[in-house]
Design a protein around this ligand. Structure first.
Ligand SMILES: [Zn+2]
Length: 238
């Protein structure tokens, strides 16, 4: 195969660059996948933490309620005991002392009953929140699993496209001299998918730096690949 002329090399590199830009975009998409997965996990964990918090709150209220119920039944037992003693007392003084004690116990019981009632009301609200949060968590989990599956599939597709593009690119540049290929590869890697640019006016089409007349002549002569003195990209003139 005869060696390629500069014009031909430039044409091949332009085609390679189109593929390289696609490759670059695909690589970017692939690299975003882990971060997206991380965000999904974070969202799920934060819902789960919220549910745990609500459940702890509910448990605390249940304990408190149980405690109050215990105190209430102690007071009620005492009231019953005093009540049965009333019929056996001998003196008025004793009688009124027991009655006073019973009144005080009844007042305490009434406060406890109020407390229990308000605890129960509060628990109903928290229970409602717990139910809602459980539903939300299940929803987030479902969505997260679906999204993860989707991302994994997408990743596989992207990797397959990448392999195809890499093969296509290798074939396209196979006729280009190793030196020209090396130069191009070095630039495309550093310059994120833009290695070969047209001269626009008398300036570099990428960095807009004005090109010296001598360099402009070299580009026109097409005897060698010419790079921009500012951004190092390969320049061509159509
Ligand atoms: Zn430039």
């Amino acid at each position: 195969m005869p060696a390629m002329g500069i014009q031909e090399i430039l044409e091949v590199l332009k085609r390679a660059q189109e593929i390289d830009r696609e490759i670059h975009q695909i690589c970017e998409k692939i690299s975003e996948v882990p971060e997206t997965l991380h965000h999904l996990t974070e969202a799920f964990e934060s819902e789960r933490a919220r549910l745990a918090q609500l459940e702890a709150k509910l448990k605390e209220a249940q304990l408190k309620q149980k405690q109050r119920e215990g105190e209430l039944s102690e007071k009620e037992a005492l009231i019953r005991k005093y009540d049965s003693q009333l019929s056996q007392v001998k003196t008025n003084k004793e009688y009124s002392a027991i009655q006073q004690e019973m009144a005080s116990l009844k007042a305490d019981s009434s406060i406890l009953e109020d407390q229990i009632l308000s605890l129960l009301e509060g628990m109903d609200l928290v229970q409602e929140e717990v139910s809602q949060e459980r539903e939300r968590l299940a929803q987030v989990e479902k969505e997260s699993l679906e999204k993860k599956k989707q991302l994994t599939e997408q990743g596989e597709t992207l990797k397959a496209s990448l392999a195809t593009l890499n093969a296509k690119r290798a074939e396209i540049v196979s006729g280009v001299s190793p030196e020209a290929r090396e130069l191009y590869d070095k630039i495309i890697e550093k310059k994120e998918g833009l290695a070969i640019v047209p001269v626009e006016g008398e300036a570099c089409g990428a960095c807009r730096m004005e090109i010296r007349p001598q360099l402009l002549n070299e580009i026109k002569l097409k005897e060698a690949l010419v790079v921009c003195e500012n951004c190092s990209r390969i320049l061509y003139l159509d």
